[in-house]
Ligand binder design. Sequence first.
Ligand code: GLU
Length: 390
Amino acid sequence: MDPITALLDGVLEESRSLRHGATADYIPELADADPEPLALAVVGPRGRVRGVGDDRVEFTIQSISKPFVLALALQERGRDAVLATVGVEPSGEPFNAISLEEGTGRPANPMVNAGAIATTSLVPGAGIEERTTRIVETLSAFAGRSLWVDEAVYASESATGDRNRALAHLLRSYGVIEGAVDTAVETYFRQCALLVTVRDLAVMGATLAFGGVNPATGDRVIEEHVARDVLSIMAGCGMYDFSGEWLLRVGLPAKSGVSGGLLAVAPSQFGVAAFSPRLDEHGNSVRAGAAVASIADRFGMHLLEPHDSIAVPAITVRSRGAERIVQLSGELGFAGTERVAAVLKELAGAVAPGTRVTVDARELARTHPAAMVALRDEFAVMPAGFRLRE
Ligand code: GLU
C-alpha cells in the first residue's frame, strides 16, 4: 500500500467507530440500504484514483448530482439565464424546504431540491428521455466512465416524491419552470438515481478542482469559469443547513447526498469523496463527513488559510556567463510580484553595475494581468540591464 493510500486507510478506520445516525427513510429503497459500507477516495492532478474500504460499492448519487447538473445548465445556458431561474444564497434550511423568494418564486439556490428541480428544467432537450440522456452523458464525462440509473431507486422515489412534485408545481405557478412539471421532476428523480462509487465521485470532484478538465481522461468537460461558479455555490450551500459550519470547520466546497455520499473539492489539489449511509440530523453522512474533514485537515486544505504556493512563486536565480537569469514558475499573483521585486532589489545591490539581469516569466503556469502590470512597473526603478521576458 503506498503512503497516501495508507493514510486514507487510517482516516477511514478512525471514522468506522462512529455508529450514530440513520439511513434516509423517506425513499423506501434507501431506508432498506445496508448501513455498513464505508469508503473513501481521492484523485489529484494526474487522475490517479486512490480508494480504500468499499470503494467499488455503487450507491445512488442523489443530491450530489445537483452541482454537476448545475454545471451543465451553466455551460449550456450561461450564468445570467441560470441566475434568472435560481438564486445563489444559502437558505439555512433543509434540502426539501420550500425556500422560494418572495414575489419571484425563485428558489434560494441550486443545492436545495426546489433549486435543483429548476436547474434540471434548464437542461436542453425535448422530453424526459432526451434530457436524462444529456445529464447522464455529462455526469459520465465528469466521472470518466458510463454511469447508469438505478431503476428501482428511481421508481421508489418517483412513487413517493409528492413533496418534490409539489415544489415543481409551485415553481411552475410562478413561471420559474416552463413546460410540463413531470418533465422536470422525473428527469430530476432519474439524475438522483444515477449509480456511482466513491472513486467516480472523487474523479468528478477532481474535474471541478482542475478547472473543468477530467484529470483521468484529459477531456475538458466544462469551461473553467463554470467550474468556478459551481464550486462557489457548493461552498455556500452544499451541505444543507450545515453549510456555514462546514465551511468554517473544513473550508472546502462540498456536496452531500441522502444516500450517504459526500464530495469535497480542494481547487488545484484534489477531489475527495466518502460514503457511509448513516446520516446526521442535517442529512449529511456522519462517517463521510468525519473522514473528509480529517483529510482536509491533514493536508492543510482549508481554503481560507494561507497557501504559500500562491503567495510565493518559485524563483530561482542562475548565472549564464556574466548574465543573471531570474526564472519564475508557478502562479504569479499580487503577493508574488512583491516577492519578485524583493529578489530584484537584492540582486541590484549585489551585481556589478551594468550586469544584465533577465527575469524570465515565460514559464509561469498562470499569471494575472494586474500582477504582470505590477511586475512590469518594478522595472521602471531597476538599474539599466534589468529586463523582463514574458
Ligand atoms: N432525491 C432526493 C430528493 O430529492 C435527493 C435529496 C438529497 O440527496 O438531498 O429528495
